[in-house]
Write a protein that binds this ligand. Structure first.
Ligand SMILES: Cc1ncc(COP(=O)(O)O)c(C=O)c1O
Length: 356
């Protein structure tokens, strides 16, 4: 969901952006108008997240999946004289997305899975209290909010001096984060920040390297985009513009602390209902539950399907769980209002009465 005021403003500016006589979709990415849109989006994001000066903000394309490759291509450092990687990276696997990222990184170098909750069907976050970080690891990777399985890593692990790389796609801008704890973090915009097509990368200066794995395409080097201020080639102009409007909306709402408060309230309403329900139950260990993605089941596949179909009929859309896990999943991203969660919970209570 995108906030209504953002869509209303985008609609009003659709044919004539700020007196330019054209839509942002029609602008040159080298124009003064677009340059201002890009600069303002970056400045607002920096302010919202408190991004330190030694970090660069990049607006890229290719989604989270391209980052699964760009991260190892740029950060796996040690090579032999033939250019083959000697180093590698440590991965924490806590759900589908970190598992995919670890698999992709394996195309480029040695990947060590140092913690995994796969045996628990990713229903919890693995123990991260004292990680055995490999001495030669170039970085430690995690996905902080697993969108499909609905887990969140609430306390960042001690990475023993190695840079922490985090996929924060599905919790981006949902709560304050201490950017200085990360070497690199990235997020596809399409959950909380804007339309699909923009990927935000926040990277510490010292990790923007000339020396990347051999044959890394120019477009896949962070340095290319950092040097060109995200204008190396034609960027996703429209998507960046909408992200900029969302950043302004977030500032008007009171920023990320206000978002966290709202998101906690929304999630608490649904989790409290699940904890007391005789029909539905959440699938994630309590202390690892995500504020953004709430998976739940009845324990009966046919009843799950009936629930999803009837909910759809009542105007409650997109409640079917990810195809890889089934059941149901409610995503409570920033723009989802508290009232929508109330409606969901009322509908679930009604369904429980009829079907328990
Ligand atoms: C946490 C997480 N990482 C990565 C991805 C993949 O992102 P994309 O579809 O932008 O490549 C997703 C997509 O849902 C996701 O939720």
């Amino acid at each position: 969901m995108l906030p209504d005021p953002v869509l209303v403003r985008a609609a009003a500016e659709m044919l004539n952006y700020s007196g330019s006589g054209m839509s942002v979709m029609e602008m040159s990415h080298r124009s003064k108008d677009f340059e201002a849109i890009l600069n303002e989006a970056e400045a607002d994001l920096r302010e919202l997240m408190g991004i330190p000066d030694n970090y660069r903000v990049l607006f890229l394309q290719g989604g989270g999946c391209v980052q699964f490759a760009m991260v190892p291509m740029n950060l796996m450092q040690k090579q032999n004289s033939a250019g083959n990687p000697l180093g590698g990276a440590d991965y924490i696997v806590s759900g589908q997305w970190s598992k995919k990222a670890a698999g992709e990184a394996g195309l480029f170098g040695r990947v060590n899975v140092i913690a995994s909750s796969e045996e628990q069907n990713f229903s919890c976050v693995p123990d991260l209290s004292d990680l055995s970080v490999s001495p030669d690891a170039d970085y430690v990777y995690l996905c902080q909010n697993e969108t499909v399985h609905g887990t969140t890593i609430k306390t960042l692990p001690d990475t023993k001096g190695k840079p922490l790389v985090a996929d924060v796609s599905s919790m981006f801008l949902s709560e304050p984060m201490d950017v200085s704890r990360y070497g690199l973090l990235f997020a596809g915009a399409q959950k909380n920040a804007g339309p699909a097509g923009v990927t935000v990368v926040i990277i510490r200066d010292d990790l923007i390297r000339e020396n990347v794995l051999p044959a890394t395409p120019t477009m896949m080097r962070y340095k290319t985009h950092a040097d060109a201020h995200s204008l190396y080639n034609t960027p996703p102009c429209w998507g960046i513009y909408i992200c900029g409007l969302v950043f302004k909306w977030l500032k008007e709402q009171g920023g990320l602390p206000a978002m966290r408060e709202r998101n906690e309230k929304k999630a608490a309403l649904l989790y409290d209902f699940l904890d007391n329900s005789k029909l539905f139950r959440g699938t994630v260990r309590k202390e690892d539950r995500s504020l953004m993605n709430v998976p739940f089941i009845t324990g009966d596949k046919a009843l799950d399907a009936k629930f999803v179909a009837e909910a759809e009929g009542a105007g409650l859309r997109n409640l079917k769980g990810h195809r890889s896990v089934g059941g149901m999943r409610a995503s409570l991203y920033n723009a989802v209002p508290f009232e929508a969660v109330q409606t969901l919970v009322e509908f679930m209570a009604h369904f429980e009465k009829e079907n328990a």
